[in-house]
Write a protein that binds this ligand. Structure first.
Ligand code: BTN
Length: 253
């Protein structure tokens, strides 16, 4: 009933009314051998998860709460590339549906007018040198007219930004098309073409930033992303740091 135009992605659909987290169910399915392209999608999540152990607000019937299973033959170190790939797919889908060109804040925040409209959570099931499955969680705020006070200053939805309401299955269809196309390109030609597309949407590069990692904060200039998808930051003393995972704050001049 999604009206899919994709060849593989989304043909195995677990369409749920309410789940704790689509990510959790997708992990379980992947563990049981679910094939690449399987998606789990829900009207509502009661325990949606974001990056860095945060929760993800997922009220009923308003957004897209979805997890996709991928099975690329890559080493675990290359997995950050997939986060950037998915960010490009989400940005392209939003652009196609709304005509708004969103920004991507490394690694995975999709912003419109400086507020977050979508987020991506990439998790792995892997052996030391080989990925078994990548569980890609995508949360997109679509038809919300308001947000709880604690996130209202930083969150937005497509409806709030455009004054329109959207048919969510159409967005899912567009998103899966973009994902399948970019993923195919990635498997065939590697990360470079994806990196170029990503840079076209990126707001982080060239900016003064603070990167908060598990090992503390790094202040400096974001120089770019590397071929493995890590962020390259130069601190004031001239040293170059490569950041695998962090929260980025962009310092306004
Ligand atoms: C982030 O920006 O921190 C990532 C948010 C990811 C949210 C999505 S919604 C579908 C999937 N299921 C979850 O519990 N989380 C992801």
């Amino acid at each position: 009933q999604l009206g899919l135009k994709t060849k593989r992605f989304g043909w195995n659909v677990y369409d749920q009314e309410s789940v704790p987290s689509t990510q959790q169910l997708a992990h379980q399915l992947a563990h049981e051998g679910a094939e690449e392209g399987t998606i789990v999608i829900a009207e509502e999540q009661t325990a949606g998860r974001g990056r860095l152990n945060r929760s993800w607000h997922s009220p009923k019937g308003t957004g897209i709460w979805m997890s996709l299973i991928l099975r690329p033959s890559i080493p675990p170190q290359q997995a950050p590339q997939l986060t950037l790939l998915v960010a490009v797919a989400v940005a392209e889908a939003i652009q196609e549906v709304t005509n708004i060109v969103p920004d991507i804040k490394w690694p995975n925040d999709i912003l419109v007018n400086g507020k977050k409209v979508a987020g991506i959570l990439t998790e792995l099931q892997a052996d030391p040198d080989q990925v078994r499955a990548v569980i890609v969680g995508i949360g997109m705020n679509v038809n919300q007219k308001q947000f709880p006070n604690d996130i209202a200053p930083i969150a937005t939805s497509l409806a709030l930004e455009t004054g329109r309401t959207f048919h969510r299955p159409k967005i899912v269809q567009t998103l899966l098309q973009k994902l399948e196309q970019l993923y195919g390109q990635y498997l065939q030609h590697g990360f470079l073409p994806i990196k170029l597309l990503w840079e076209g949407y990126a707001v982080t590069i060239g900016q003064q930033i603070v990167a908060r990692t598990l090992n503390g904060a790094i202040r400096g200039v974001a120089l770019g992303i590397t071929d493995s998808g890590t962020l390259k930051v130069q601190t004031e003393d001239g040293a170059i740091h490569y950041i695998y995972s962090a929260d980025i704050e962009i310092k306004k001049e």
